[in-house]
Design a protein around this ligand. Structure first.
Ligand code: PLP
Length: 399
């Protein structure tokens, strides 16, 4: 294969201090997982070892957590929304989350609540799903340009779904206003001043996937990953998962890399500056789940303290990752990974074929002993676009 240069900007985190947070600890993650385990159909999503791809790239192992298999919802996001809604209901009806039972809550609920949220697709689907499971209402707002397939998936769960003519961050503000006017409860995966409780629960819920991965690695005889690649929109997933992982392994023992599309690289820019930097505009990246321009302050704090590096990359990196995961080498399993899910693997592949491969590998501390954990956070949530990329070669690596 020819060498090609995809844009991958890597910034070291000069503000790293390795401080862990009690909010995103192993204990909190296990409490969330205990809740998820009570949902009918719960099972850990697979953790695949891509041995043949690792050999090609010159590293020891690539472990892919396949979140397309999360409760048949094709993405990890329901982990956050469902846990936050359960915690909200427990708070309202003075129940203990550790004793949560779907039957008890359904018989305890006196009045129907409406949960409102903004989504690029996956989070709203999770909120709609959780509301339906608990017999509640959901109203979901989506930014302009949202794929019809993602809208339909939410409508199918019985939620109301409205596509606005605003970008993601403005839609969040709009949702907040409408919810206030109507007395709805906002279940948003980002935080702002005075709104931290629900996003904290959401981030704790995401850590279930990390707790599963740690358990799965142990049973595979892997004591720990050397690296983790975490893609970020607002940085709630990256913060929740990294918070957990550094509590388990220690921040200095894990090379963690936060990955974003260059059109919505607010965490990367914040990482360079050491304080929150927002990005505006349409953020027209194919990585729809990562098209957020305003970092979640709770996630940002964890990432500023504990991430090793930040990456901003072009869309073709994600497209490459989709093709690599969908067309495995040798005996590796096939992973159907969508735009936002595949970017971590895309970085590994793009570096391998980069004219400056050795320098980039060195910069990321990758070598023959590296065990890299990547989270494929979604499957083909926009199946039409998935095929355009994987079958038709849209967003090619070379021109
Ligand atoms: C598939 C997928 N991956 C990653 C993310 C990023 O999560 P966060 O916004 O918490 O950074 C999202 C967000 O919606 C997503 O849908």
């Amino acid at each position: 294969m020819s060498a090609f240069s995809l844009k991958i900007d890597i910034a070291d985190n000069r503000y790293f201090n390795g401080e862990t947070s009690p909010l995103f600890s192993r204990r909190q993650a296990q409490q969330a997982r205990h809740f998820h385990q009570k949902i009918t159909g719960y099972q850990p999503t697979p953790l695949y070892a891509l041995k043949d791809l690792s050999a090609l790239l010159g590293i020891k192992n690539i472990l892919v957590k396949d979140e397309s298999q999360r409760f048949g919802l094709n993405a990890f996001k329901m982990l956050g929304g469902s846990y936050a809604i359960a915690r909200l209901l427990c708070e309202k009806y003075q129940l203990n989350i550790n004793d949560f039972s779907f039957d008890t809550i359904k018989t305890t609920i006196k009045e129907k609540m409406t949960f409102a949220t903004t989504t690029d697709g996956n989070h709203g689907r999770g909120v709609a799903w959780a509301a339906k499971q608990l017999g509640q209402n959901a109203v979901v707002y989506m930014p302009k340009g949202s794929a019809q397939e993602r809208v339909d998936a939410i409508l199918k769960l019985g939620a109301e779904c409205i596509v606005t003519d605003m970008n993601y961050d403005d839609t969040v503000r709009y949702t907040m206003k409408v919810a206030q006017e109507n007395g709805w409860e906002v279940v948003q995966d980002t935080a702002w001043e005075g709104y931290t409780k629900i996003p904290t629960w959401i981030m704790q819920g995401y850590a279930t996937l990390a707790d599963e991965a740690v358990e799965q690695m142990t049973s595979m005889g892997i004591s720990r990953p050397t690296h983790v690649f975490l893609q970020a929109g607002v940085g709630a997933m990256a913060g929740g998962v990294l918070g957990y992982l550094v509590d388990v392994y220690g921040a200095s023992n894990l090379h963690s890399v936060v990955v974003e599309p260059e059109l919505a690289d607010c965490i990367y820019r914040s990482g360079v500056k050491g304080q929150i930097v927002n990005v505006g505009g349409d953020m027209a990246t194919i990585m729809a789940g990562l098209a957020c321009g305003e970092p979640n302050p709770l996630g940002w704090e964890v990432l500023r303290n504990c991430a090793t590096q930040f990456i901003s990359c072009q869309d073709a990196v994600a497209a490459l990752g989709m093709r690599v995961l969908g067309n495995p080498l040798g005996h590796d399993p096939r992973v159907i990974s969508g735009e936002s899910g595949a970017v971590g693997t895309g970085i590994l592949a793009a570096i391998h074929y980069h004219p400056q491969r050795d320098a980039l590998m060195q910069k990321l501390g990758l070598d023959r002993d590296s065990v890299v954990l990547v989270i494929s956070t979604e499957g083909d949530t926009d199946a039409k676009h998935y095929r355009e990329v994987v079958w038709e070669g849209k967003h090619p690596a070379t021109r």
